[in-house]
Design a protein around this ligand. Sequence first.
Ligand code: ITT
Length: 196
Amino acid sequence: MLKIIIATNNQHKVEELNAMLEGKVELLSLKDAGISVDPDENGKTYAENAFIKAQAVTKFTNLPVMSDDSGIEIDELGEHFPGIYSHRFAVENGGQEKLNKILVSKHPNSKARFTCHIVLLNLNFEGERLDFEGIMEGKINTKIEGINGFGYDPVFVPEGYNHSVATLKPEEKNVISHRYNAVKKLLNYLFENNKI
Ligand code: ITT
């Protein structure tokens, strides 16, 4: 089975990606591969940051490496914001739980979207780069809701739904999420190129 190292320190991402790729790709976490890196994500786009994270890991392995850079954009906060700063924005606002409370009280119903950008390096040859992006549209909730998922999930209501992502079971989130929409493109590519 095709082996790919996933260059993330976020265990939630590893679990979601594993569930989506199960049986098709053997995903190795940094921990599985015994690699420890925390590169400076100083890019200006999801794509740049995803490349920085994957590139940092290629130094330690000959296996293909994939990374996921993701974030939420909340229209009432400005264009593409917090976007690539989603993690930092939570830290600067006293942590994710505190920020989620602020968001539902100050920006209920604001249009919002999640984006996930996946970069896959060294699949067929050294230096090869492949990019896949997925989006999930929705809005900010009027209240904190649900305990599943992570990050902004308790405050994000996907288009066509009445409740937050955190109220969905993993198997329900994993067929509508921004991450799934990116992984779907990755899987199509791997299938069409006889890799899986
Ligand atoms: P790595 O860089 O090690 O992959 P990270 O958590 O720092 O881990 P990002 O830089 O991509 O990852 O930051 C993405 C942030 O956006 C993340 O911390 C979450 O707060 C949020 N986020 C991304 N995907 C999400 C999802 O599916 N549900 C809820 N929040 C999400």
